[in-house]
Design a protein around this ligand. Structure first.
Ligand SMILES: Cc1cc2nc3c(=O)[nH]c(=O)nc-3n(C[C@H](O)[C@H](O)[C@H](O)COP(=O)(O)O)c2cc1C
Length: 358
């Protein structure tokens, strides 16, 4: 009963803040360039909350937000607030540029992840964002109990409005060595925050359909963020070769790995300690494990970048960041179909559980 009341309070808070979002609350996660204006707007226009990912260059953000504003249906065009969120990896983002764009467009959420200097870095970001945009709620993505506690023990003016709990199944970057699955991580964080906590928890990592949504709600989340599932959406900004891999691959235990190898091959350096990305395995990883030296791997990788869509796949070599849920994704669907199918399946599951166990 106590848990029920807590979830109800948190859900009501989300519903008041994001009135266009249907239940269960589903978010498309910020994913670098893959989640651009088209995907974020499609998600927010169909009863979800769409996030734009960190852009290739910080200065691209304004144009992308402008584009998003232009794509919004009139029903969602509230001049005081943009009904989409923006994601930042604070370690390599530009705070001044981010704050200028947030001030101009007033997005409904800023999702912060991966600071180089821990909570202190988030504090700077949060104070600056709040000083220019009152509608912009602060979402922080964490991957451990320790990080979650640091956010709620921070000074009151820099506590987040929403906490995203990222389990180790997630695609893209996450905790390298101390990651846990959502089944333990989420309820432990929920318990630690206590019954009085007003902080809504959003589950991320391994959720690709309504079954994942229903189970995350059972664990104490009031919503979910899906990343990998939306890579296989018609609105994702992704090459066909990469997207085909999301559809083709299965058995995430054997077909994905957490490694910084692909970052190194791509020249994406400088990530803070303790993070690495999950990716689908291909020839670069297989040959690395077989002992091929890095320089040779890099030459082969760079050659492969000229091969178009052939550069991904079992014989390919390029980074294919994705989560363990790839085995649950069998086709490219529109963002609206992903949302509608997931919501309906989750509701059906919860209704039949209620019948089964009442
Ligand atoms: C290709 C890819 C890129 C990502 N890029 C980011 C990012 O730029 N910032 C961020 O906070 N999270 C990023 N993530 C992680 C997501 O926010 C989210 O935690 C994750 O996708 C959830 O797990 P799932 O992929 O199993 O749904 C990325 C995930 C993927 C798959």
């Amino acid at each position: 009963m106590a848990t029920h009341q807590k979830l109800l309070r948190q859900s009501q808070k989300l519903a008041l803040t994001y009135p266009w979002v249907s239940k269960p609350f589903i978010v498309s996660a910020p994913m670098k360039i893959f989640s651009g204006a088209e995907l974020a707007v499609a998600v927010s226009s169909h009863g979800g909350l769409g996030f734009i990912g960190p852009t290739a260059k910080p200065s691209d953000l304004e144009n992308i937000l402008e584009n998003a504003r232009g794509l919004l249906p009139s029903t969602l065009s509230d001049k005081n607030q943009l009904p989409i969120g923006v994601g930042f990896q604070t370690w390599d983002a530009d705070l001044d540029i981010a704050v200028a764009a947030i001030e101009k467009f007033q997005p409904c959420a800023a999702w912060l992840f991966a600071p180089r200097n821990g909570q202190e870095e988030f504090n700077d970001w949060i104070r600056r964002i709040r000083s220019v945009s009152s509608p912009t709620q602060i979402w922080i993505q964490v991957g451990t109990l320790r990080e979650a506690i640091a956010t709620v023990q921070a000074p009151k003016d820099v506590r987040p409005d929403v906490l995203v709990i990222q389990g180790t199944d997630a695609g893209g970057h996450g905790r390298a060595d101390d990651g846990l699955g959502l089944t333990t991580l989420l309820p432990e964080i929920s318990d630690a925050l206590g019954f009085d906590s007003e902080l809504p928890l959003i589950a991320a990592g391994g959720i690709a359909d309504g079954r994942g949504v229903a189970s995350a709600l059972g664990l104490g989340a009031v919503g979910v963020a899906m990343g990998t599932r939306f890579l296989a959406s018609s609105e994702a900004n992704i090459k066909a070769g990469y997207q085909n891999e999301i559809i083709r691959a299965s058995d995430g235990a054997h077909s994905t790995v957490r490694t910084t190898l692909y970052n190194e091959l791509r020249g994406t350096i400088g990530w803070p300690e303790g993070y690495n990305p999950r990716t689908i395995i291909n020839q670069s990883w297989i040959e690395h494990k077989a002992g091929v030296d890095f320089r040779t791997l890099q030459q082969r990788h760079d050659e492969a970048t000229k091969q178009g869509d052939q550069a991904w796949g079992p014989d390919g070599r390029l980074a294919t960041y994705a989560g363990t849920c790839i085995g649950l994704i069998h086709e490219v669907k529109s963002a609206s179909a992903i949302l509608e199918d997931s919501r309906q399946q989750a509701i059906d599951i919860m209704k039949s559980m209620a019948k089964l166990y009442s």
